[in-house]
Ligand binder design. Structure first.
Ligand code: G3H
Length: 537
């Protein structure tokens, strides 16, 4: 039986309805919410509804400014002036002062929860639980960042002495950060860059992801009210039009981007002084699951289904290829196909729904191309309804057997299709990982510690997280999130992001009598924000 059309006669609960268009006609530059009078871009939902002629079409929900190069450069100038070569109010401010601003911001942000969650559902099709999860996780991330920075500051509020030199070592900001997040976590992953960048004293130009943009509208006022002018500048438009000229100026000190390695390479390449540019990048991945013959198959199946198809496979951490030992592949495939067919599909607000429409307009065709390529080379779709499509919704396809000749074996699908391959020799999946351009995570399924031990010891040198009997994932956010090769540059986590967006800098005094007097006076008169033994509680 074919899948139902989830867009026909939808039952949208009142609190999730969008009755008026959301016209985002202001943008934030230099502390001013300026009115945009230029060209605009229509924002369409991932959800289809009937148009005036009764045909299904993506529902139009609003518009955003289509800003141009001169606007981007104006935003950059505002951030450069606010940093003022490190002499600006924000970079020189005591850590405590910056924490106060972020605390005020997080309070105002909490009040926008319902609106932001609703827009996460309409703009990118995230289901209600995942959308609320993204919002709450972001608030928690900000609060944990504040706590971590306080702790770090306490550790730095003393003087060290070595070889008759006194030093106070702290972390200082880097300068101007160009910050761009991804569409799959347009709030969480963008803020996991932006907030640590800000709290460390950097100033920012922030360009939202290509999708999931209107959900920032409820937060614009908070950005304006909580930070000094020029510290946060928010611009709307295409990455190519806005980010390229910004990078070409050479005035960006940190490129913070979660996206793909091609854009990251291009943007770095535009910077005329590349050694001055720090990179904080979260990029693609092709995380494999390796299912050993001595595993608990039910656990392996449910973790691999969740790993491959949570948020329709649109996670950088998704399980994107599954290697199953030949002795158990038949049983694994059978159980896997059943489990996938039990996933509930529908619109994001429906109870218990896990599969939802895809926000990228070209994604359904791309998934179909991968399926066609694999099936033309001998793979079969082994699950009921696999690959069936209704408008922007595609039911997940599980492909088996797959091999190295197929595109889906190598390309990061970032969507609802997964290849399964069987192996006899463990070197097959190990070679796949070492030959891959990516090096983020792996999932290993086995109950045999003797089998796991050598694999763990080899794989920790190929990827940056080895998950035992569980899917790949970023959280908990206190753990390092990082990757090798084309998967990442710099480490993110509550603690590591603070390090990524700052640099160690110190003030040193030779221990002479006259210097000791100067140092005593500096500490007593509390005039310096840096040389200070003040302790944040
Ligand atoms: O898209 C990549 C995200 O960082 C994945 O995060 O593992 O929590 O879904 P997650």
């Amino acid at each position: 039986m074919a899948i139902k059309n989830i867009f026909q006669d939808p039952n949208i609960p009142q609190k999730f309805q969008i009755n008026d268009l959301i016209i985002q006609d202001t943008y934030l530059i230099n502390g001013e919410l300026r009115k945009w009078t230029g060209e605009t871009t229509t924002v369409s939902s991932v959800i289809y509804s009937k148009d005036n002629l009764g045909n299904l079409a993506p529902k139009v929900i609003g518009s955003i400014p289509n800003m141009q190069e001169e606007n981007a450069l104006e935003a950059l100038d505002a951030a450069v002036s606010a940093y003022d070569k490190g002499r600006g109010e924000w970079p020189r401010m005591k850590v405590e002062g910056r924490i106060n601003s972020i605390e005020k911001f997080v309070k105002m942000m909490a009040e926008t929860r319902d609106e932001v969650v609703k827009l996460l559902m309409w703009e990118i099709g995230k289901n209600y639980d995942a959308a609320t999860g993204e919002f709450d996780r972001t608030i928690e991330y900000i609060e944990d960042t504040i706590d971590d920075l306080k702790k770090m500051d306490r550790e730095h509020s003393n003087l060290q002495k070595h070889s008759n030199v006194y030093a106070q070592v702290r972390r200082g900001p880097l300068g101007v950060v160009l910050c761009m997040g991804p569409y799959n976590y347009p709030l969480n992953e963008t803020f996991c860059l932006l907030i640590p960048a800000l709290i460390c004293g950097n100033t920012t130009v922030f360009k939202p992801a290509k999708l999931g943009i209107l959900l920032l509208s409820p937060l614009l006022k908070a950005f304006q009210e909580c930070f000094p002018k020029g510290v946060v500048n928010l611009i709307y438009g295409s990455g190519r039009t806005l980010a390229t000229p910004i990078m070409k100026t050479g005035k960006v000190d940190v490129l913070a981007l979660i996206g793909n390695s091609k854009s990251a390479n291009a943007l770095q390449g535009f910077h005329p002084k590349q050694n001055r540019l720090r990179l904080v990048l979260g990029l693609e991945a092709k995380n494999p699951a390796i299912v050993l013959s001595n595993c608990n198959i039910d656990i392996a199946v449910s973790e691999c289904v969740a790993g491959a198809f949570s948020y329709n496979g649109q996670r950088c951490t998704a399980v994107k290829i599954i290697f199953v030992h030949k002795d158990i592949v038949e049983e694994f495939n059978k159980k896997f196909a059943i489990k996938v067919s039990e996933l509930k599909y529908g619109l994001p607000w429906e109870n218990g729904v896990s599969l939802t429409p895809l926000p990228e307009p070209s994604k359904p065709e791309y998934i179909q191309e991968l399926i066609d390529d694999a099936t033309s080379k001998g793979a079969k779709i082994i699950n009921e309804n696999g690959g069936e499509r209704v408008e922007s919704f595609v039911f997940p396809a599980v492909l088996y057997p797959t091999d190295t000749s197929m595109r889906v074996f190598h390309e990061e699908q970032f969507g609802p299709v997964v290849p399964i391959t069987s192996y006899d020799d463990i070197n097959e999946p190990l070679d796949y990982i070492s030959d891959s351009n990516y090096g983020q995570q792996v999932s290993l399924f086995s109950n045999d510690a003797n089998a796991l031990a050598p694999l763990i010891d080899m794989l920790v040198n190929q990827v940056c997280r080895v998950n035992i009997n569980s899917k790949c994932q970023r959280g908990p956010d206190v753990f390092p999130f990082v990757g090798r090769k084309d998967s990442a540059v710099s480490t993110l986590s509550v603690h590591d992001a603070i390090r990524s967006f700052s640099i160690r800098t110190l003030v040193a005094f030779k221990g002479t009598e006259s210097n000791k007097e100067v140092l005593d006076e500096l500490l007593d008169n509390k005039q310096s924000n840096f040389v200070s033994t003040h302790y944040i509680l």
